[in-house]
Design a protein around this ligand. Structure first.
Ligand code: ADP
Ligand code: ZN
Ligand code: ZN
Length: 730
């Protein structure tokens, strides 16, 4: 082929297209689709990274074409299938080619990262002559016992040998230095875990998945129904067929048990791939996968894009979790990509959850895809009973504490029986709202339109959005009175109060603030597991995947916290969160119980959650979504517009919205413009426009270009962000 279409590594949206280059004689026959190459670009013909997307022999206007300069690596970095997926993502999530391509590559690649090489020592000729003396012999023998393990410096440091003696031995050929590729990832191994005898339900599910002609499966099973065992057996079956598997988990740091179980079962065939890895570590793991050294990836959503050649299985565990939606461009949904990828690569896709995402469930029903339900826990235990406490009633009974009388009593009972307790509140900090009772002044962050949270440990008021801190005060900065009061409740305050209420109990807290340091999460987790504490207080961090057999009571302090957000998914979230937190109780032989406190006892999400009635909730929720034309019945396109210059922003937003309504007002429902729920973050003012309806991707694409034109021309201080079916509308 004589010509190729390439995507050049360039951030500009205007350049989001294929550029045609000529393939010079000397490179013909060497260029392949998906290769990483260098091309001269722009006026100065600066060399830039680029990727070959298409190749052809015929082309018009060839006189002006530039030639590609070089091929960076023979082996393509993108496969045909990857490129198909990138094209689809560009359409569906309104991203650029380059944003799509970058998902498939380790960041280090474009920055010229190389594999890490260490110069290690080998023992060579036997010692003779004067080199047999002790000082040389001990060095020589150490190397002989540890061939290819140490570099010269390491050896010298570790055993206190003189570097010059080591060098002497090298110089005379007794020791030899060779290059060795080292892996930057710290390999932790876990004790071997034997297979379990599978239950009938597990066997049936596996049989169904392995033999069905279709690729899509929704595994709807209560917590503890043995889904993870099913995943592991599927992975094993794929290994037998020489195929690889990707297991996605919502957040690696919060699922240590999952990694432990997989590593225990499959050893070092696994990579654990997530955002906490350094650039170098990611680079190495990506190469290990590419070279076929890794058969299984467990990871966050980014693991979906690892370069496996013979993918057999993708599992998305806890598929309803919002961490599967990317919060940076492209704002893709990993569950959706998993299904598309399953189609492109012809591999099995298993989405697992006790509370499937409403849109997922609906999609499976509509397409007649297979939904496998497991309604019983493996050990036969029942899901714990959930008792609802109306907190308004508590107030009437003159109980002003955050603990209802019932929860207080149940906690005491468990403490006496030496059983463990989990207390859940989805908000951290001490007081979450500080205001002056005289003039009504509210303490807010000066960079963000967000009320500050008091943290007792630091004695400061914190902004949870930008990290701003100021010292706490009793004097109102507005009126000078000393009527400043601290309202609201966070996990820090709960711990403080519970320590007073239950002085004998040993209490741990797990939230963002207590798990900042490395290993803090694992320490809290293992302390609680080893019964070094009676009560664990935490945010949604404790809702996921934890399995503590001695927990017999879960207290949900305020079940309505997620309800009052302006988000069409808020009821769904509430349902999921209650079900998940409740699943932490009664996982062992002892019966569990959940006390759910709320100020909204009539809310349907809460009522259905009380009975674990997923289908009841689903039906009710679908009615509302349909009525309001929200997903899965319509699409929502969110246009977020930001600027530090508020006047320009308001002017620009209105002008744009006028134009948008003139074009599309008849076809779609256009809401706004209005300030976002959080109207300022980090000194950026924020407005939004929401488009609802059966939005066609072609229209979405045109709208995208309209917004970018606006932000580029007149309003160059305005930034825009687009989100199809957003998970965060605040
Ligand atoms: P899920 O992923 O659905 O929450 P798990 O796979 O974690 O369920 O299983 C819950 C518990 O039951 C785990 O402790 C697991 O080791 C155990 N388990 C799963 N399958 C079996 C089995 N077939 N026999 C015995 N124990 C099992
Ligand atoms: Zn005041
Ligand atoms: Zn702030």
């Amino acid at each position: 082929m004589k010509y190729c279409g390439v995507i050049v590594n360039n951030e500009s949206i205007a350049l989001d297209k294929l550029f045609t280059y000529r393939i010079p004689e000397n490179l013909r026959g060497f260029v392949e689709i998906g290769q990483h190459i260098k091309v001269p670009f722009g006026k100065g013909n600066k060399l830039k990274d680029a990727f070959v997307i298409s190749m052809f022999d015929e082309c018009e206007n060839t006189e002006k074409l530039k030639e590609i300069s070089d091929i960076c690596a023979r082996e393509p970095v993108l496969s045909d299938k990857n490129i198909r997926l990138i094209n689809l993502m560009r359409k569906r999530y309104l991203c650029t080619y380059l944003e799509g391509i970058k998902l498939f590559l380790p960041r280090g690649l474009l920055k010229g990262k190389r594999e890490k090489i260490k110069l290690v020592l080998y023992s060579n000729n036997e010692l003779h002559g004067k080199y047999k003396e002790e000082k040389y012999a001990s060095i020589y023998n150490t190397v002989k016992e540890n061939v290819a393990k140490y570099s010269r410096n390491e050896l010298s440091k570790e055993f206190d040998y003189s570097l010059s003696s080591i060098n002497t031995l090298v110089k005379h050929g007794f020791l030899e230095i060779k290059e060795q590729r080292v892996n930057r990832v710290d390999e932790r191994t876990f004790p071997h875990l034997p297979k379990k005898n599978l239950t009938m339900e597990q066997l049936i599910a596996i049989e169904e998945i392995m033999t069905s002609k279709r690729n899509e499966f929704l595994l709807h099973g209560v917590t503890g129904s043995g889904k993870t065992e099913i995943y592991m057996t599927l992975v094993e079956k794929m290994l037998e067929k020489g195929k690889q598997s990707i297991i996605l988990v919502p957040e690696i740091a919060l699922t240590p048990q999952m990694v432990e179980r997989f590593k225990g079962r499959f050893g070092k065939d696994i990579t654990v791939y997530h955002s906490k890895l350094s650039e170098g570590e990611k680079f190495d793991e990506w190469h290990r996968v590419k070279q076929g050294k890794v058969k299984i990836a467990i990871g966050a959503r980014s693991a979906l894009f690892l370069p496996f050649k013979e993918l057999g299985l993708i599992v998305v565990d806890e598929e309803h979790e919002s961490t599967y939606k990317s919060d940076s461009d492209p704002k893709y949904l990993a569950t959706e990509i998993a299904l598309i990828k399953g189609n492109i690569e012809n591999c099995k896709v298993v989405l697992g959850s006790a509370t499937p995402n409403i849109e997922t469930y609906y999609k499976f029903k509509r397409n007649f895809w297979k939904i496998i339900s497991i309604e019983k826990r493996v050990d036969g235990a029942e899901m714990p009973e959930i008792e609802l406490i109306d907190m308004r009633q508590e107030l009437e009974n003159n109980n002003k504490s955050f603990l209802s009388a019932k929860l207080y009593e149940e906690i005491n009972e468990r403490l006496e029986k030496k059983e463990q307790i989990i207390i859940f509140l989805n908000r951290r900090g001490f007081s979450t709202f500080i205001s002056c009772r005289k003039c009504g002044y509210v303490f807010k962050c000066s960079n963000c339109d967000i009320s500050l949270t008091y943290h007792q440990k630091s004695g400061m008021l914190h902004c949870h959005y930008c990290g701003y801190k100021e010292s706490s005060t009793k004097i109102c900065p507005e009126c000078g009175s000393n009527y400043v009061k601290y309202f609201g409740l966070g996990t820090e305050k709960i711990q403080d109060e519970m320590e007073k209420l239950f002085p004998k109990a040993r209490i741990l807290r797990m939230d963002h603030d207590t798990t900042r340091n490395k290993d803090a999460y694992e320490n809290i987790y293992s302390d609680f597991k080893n019964k070094k504490a009676d009560i664990l207080i935490g945010t949604q961090m404790i809702a996921k995947g934890l399995d503590f057999p001695d927990v017999t009571l879960v207290g949900i302090i305020a079940a309505d916290l997620t309800l009052n957000l302006p988000d069409f998914r808020s009821n769904e979230r509430t349902y999921q969160l209650i079900t998940q937190v409740s699943g932490r109780a009664g996982r062992g032989a002892k019966e569990g119980k959940v006390i759910l406190q709320t100020y909204s006892p009539d809310n349907y999400a809460i009522l259905y959650a009380l009975n674990y009635d997923y289908h009841g909730f689903l039906e009710e929720e679908l009615k509302i979504r349909e009525l309001m034309n929200y997903p899965p019945f319509g699409r929502v396109m969110m246009i977020n517009i930001y600027s530090e210059n508020e006047n320009m922003l308001i002017k620009g937003v209105h002008e744009f919205s006028h134009k948008l309504k003139a074009y599309y007002g008849g076809k779609y429902n256009i809401l706004g413009p209005c300030p976002s729920h959080i109207s300022k973050i980090k000194n950026q003012f924020r407005w939004q426009i929401m488009i609802k309806g059966n939005i066609e991707y072609a229209d979405a694409f045109k709208i995208k270009n309209m917004v970018y034109d606006m932000s580029k021309s007149t309003y160059n201080k305005i930034k825009v962000g687009l989100d199809m079916n957003p998970y965060n509308t605040l």
